[in-house]
Design a protein around this ligand. Structure first.
Ligand SMILES: [Zn+2]
Length: 145
């Protein structure tokens, strides 16, 4: 992976993780070192009961890429896309558009946290669940930091 790709993957995974955290999801670890060399991963402990929340967590990966760099953003990852389709298949297109907008807004509102997690991912290659909570809470209490 080149430097830009690595950065995009870090923000993508951080987007999933931070928005998932906001909906109460907890995970074991978050990594940008995957076996296929293309995507990172985020292993959540639990799924979300609310399909809308689950779709927002999935959409947040791509929303974070877009927020980082509009031009560098590729299409949503294929595995995310498949799951998003399953979760939102019954929605009308206006409902889906509203959901996309909500994902963008969540990413914007949590950008400091996403940046902090992505930065740590780029430095260390991975973030453990416990460390992740510390990063988020430090940013939550120090909003200017
Ligand atoms: Zn993803």
């Amino acid at each position: 992976m080149n430097r830009i790709d690595r950065e995009i993957v870090a923000y993508h995974e951080a987007g999933h993780a931070v928005i998932g955290y906001r909906f109460g999801q907890r995970f074991a670890d978050l990594s940008i070192q995957s076996s296929n060399g293309r995507e990172g991963f985020c292993h959540f402990f639990s799924g979300l009961n609310n399909p809308k929340h689950a779709a927002l967590v999935l959409l947040a990966g791509h929303a974070a890429e877009k927020h980082l760099c509009q031009s560098a953003s590729k299409k949503p990852s294929r595995s995310d896309h498949r799951k998003i389709c399953q979760l939102t298949g019954a929605m009308s297109s206006s409902e889906f558009k509203a959901l996309l907008k909500q994902a963008d807004e969540l990413v914007t509102a949590n950008w400091h946290q996403i940046q902090a997690v992505a930065k740590r991912l780029l430095e260390e290659g991975m973030v453990k669940g416990g460390m992740f909570a510390e990063i988020i809470e430090a940013k939550d209490t120090n909003r200017d930091g």
